[in-house]
Design a protein around this ligand. Structure first.
Ligand code: FRU
Length: 527
């Protein structure tokens, strides 16, 4: 409890202090007034990941599909590049790749900040806030009362009847007030079986989530609580809840409860864990097969506050996360913006001997920005390096299948320059996938950033390593072939560090197949 209070306290003090200078920095050195003035071509500007033109972002919020558009709201400080004045920024996309930033959707007001939450399309107009012919989009968010005498978090709603272009805060807010200081991040879903809205919301300092139900998004009834369970080394935030078919078949489905934790996650600092089980509209029951274990969503250092989309018509479960870590989020060396989202990922459940486990794969839409594949086949590397003049770049995707033979370590030196590289590889003895960014470029802004290698346990089938790797100007995301492991890390290399080497150590490995495809910038005003 104490830790947590001092966490927000510290953030607020720092942000209050930095706000003024941040505003001045933006005004004086950039003269930026809108995203139209931004070339999206700065040294560390992600080319195919969402970033705001300027200012601070953290968690994705209100992810909802409506009338041909994917909406992405996010925790946003309209006034600077540090956390503070939290509001919901807003962007839309028709293909999950190209984003158009719109006006701020929900502004801080009367000392109440707009903390994280979700959004739904109220198709039957159960709330009465729109009309059946024109169903309202309803955002459900936490009101954070920025007051020393009465610090409080409550749940609120706002609605839009013009495709999210303008929002009205509900006049009867808050819709849930339990007089609690730590009570936040409501994710609302439509529960088909009971025909009710269900909210899952975090009780961070109790390591619990709570479920509420409602017929109309306005009147909420508490149903039950889940936790403490799994990882409790840090506060619980940003829960999500959804049902998924196991192995993609309609026959067997399970519920997934995702909960973020900060600090104490697998790679240190912030990260996400999940539980598999059943949800009956009132209670979440964890499956016996996963009980007692902590299951991590991603093994990298920069994957937090993931949220899945509501209302996607083709039935896919797609989510994306804030690609950052509270340990150093305020210090990453980017300007005039700070914070980025991960690539949208399709989530699945796969059966294993230990029970159902989560999988993540990049969405197919990624192929629409991919150039022609350079293919390599049957290349044997005997305790050494392989390079090719066609293998270089700063924004690309690699898909590889490597037969390990008697190699002890295999992998890729990426974003390689004279003095730096990011290593993505597999350690045979440890049975671990790893990303080593200790010498990846600019790492000095925080001691924690390059302190360790990030690893994920990975058992291979027939000694074959299959990987998909996405590299952008300031990130690397690695997925195992089945998608059961991912490692997401920010990196800050020099622009000229564009080399790619494939290595095998301690013995020979054969690259059976490798596809390299450049990924185009998704910013229309990029140069
Ligand atoms: C998670 C979080 C949420 C909160 C938001 C505030 O990163 O701490 O719990 O709603 O950020 O910006």
């Amino acid at each position: 409890m104490k830790n947590f209070i001092s966490f927000w306290g510290a953030i607020m003090l720092v942000s209050a202090g930095l706000l003024l200078s941040a505003c001045q920095t933006n005004d004086q050195t950039n003269g930026v007034t809108s995203e139209d003035d931004i070339a999206y071509d700065e040294l560390y500007r992600p080319q195919f990941h969402f970033t705001p033109a300027q200012n601070w972002i953290n968690d994705p919020n209100g992810l909802v599909y409506h009338d041909g558009e994917y909406h992405l709201f996010y925790q946003y400080n309209p006034f600077g590049d540090q956390w503070g004045h939290m509001s919901w920024g807003h962007a839309v996309s028709t293909d999950l790749m190209h984003w158009e930033e719109l006006d701020v959707a929900l502004q801080e007001e009367d000392g109440i900040m707009i903390f994280s939450g979700s959004a739904v399309v109220d198709k039957q107009n159960t709330s009465g806030l729109g009309a059946e012919e024109n169903p309202p989009m309803v955002a459900i968010y936490t009101g954070h009362h920025d007051s020393e005498e009465n610090p409080k978090q409550d749940q609120r709603i706002a609605y839009s009847t013009d495709n999210g272009r303008s929002w009205t805060k509900y006049e009867g807010n808050p819709v849930i007030d339990e007089e609690m200081e730590n009570f936040r991040d409501p994710k609302v879903i439509w529960h088909e079986e009971t025909e009710k809205w269900i909210m899952v919301v975090a009780l961070p300092t109790e390591y619990k989530v709570r479920f509420y139900s409602s017929d109309n998004l306005i009147d909420w009834k508490m149903e039950s609580e889940f936790g403490p369970a799994g990882g409790t080394g840090g506060i619980w935030e940003c829960p999500d809840l959804f049902k998924l078919p196991v192995d993609g078949h309609d026959g067997e489905s399970r519920w997934v409860l995702q909960v973020d934790m900060n600090p104490g996650a697998v790679a240190g600092g912030s990260g996400g864990q999940y539980f598999v089980g059943d949800f009956d509209g009132s209670e979440f029951t964890e499956s016996e097969e996963t009980k007692g274990e902590t299951l991590w969503v991603d093994y990298g250092k920069d994957f937090y506050a993931v949220q899945s989309y509501s209302n996607i018509p083709d039935g896919r479960r797609i989510w994306l996360a804030w690609m950052n870590n509270w340990n150093y989020a305020g210090e990453i060396p980017t300007n005039p913006w700070r914070g980025a989202m991960t690539i949208p990922r399709k989530v699945g459940l796969m059966s294993t001997d230990e029970g159902p486990r989560l999988t993540q794969k990049t969405v197919d839409e990624l192929n629409t920005i991919a150039g022609e594949a350079q293919q390599f086949e049957n290349i044997t590397i005997s305790d050494g390096l392989f390079t090719d003049e066609n293998l270089e770049g700063t924004t690309y995707k690699i898909e590889a299948e490597i037969q390990l033979n008697d190699a002890e370590r295999v992998g890729f030196n990426l974003r390689k320059g004279d003095e730096e590289q990011t290593v993505v590889g597999y350690d045979v003895r440890a049975e671990e996938l790893f990303v080593d960014r200790r010498n990846s470029g600019e790492v000095s802004f925080h001691e924690d950033f390059a302190a360790e290698i990030q690893t994920a346990p990975l058992r291979l089938n027939k000694n074959i390593l299959t990987l998909e790797i996405l590299v952008d100007r300031s990130s690397v995301e690695v997925f195992s072939g089945k998608g059961d492991r991912s490692i997401t890390n920010r990196i800050f290399p020099s622009e000229s560090s564009n080399g790619i080497e494939i290595f095998s150590e301690g013995g020979a490995a054969e690259v059976v197949n490798l596809g390299f495809r450049e990924l185009q910038s998704t910013w229309s005003n990029s140069q």
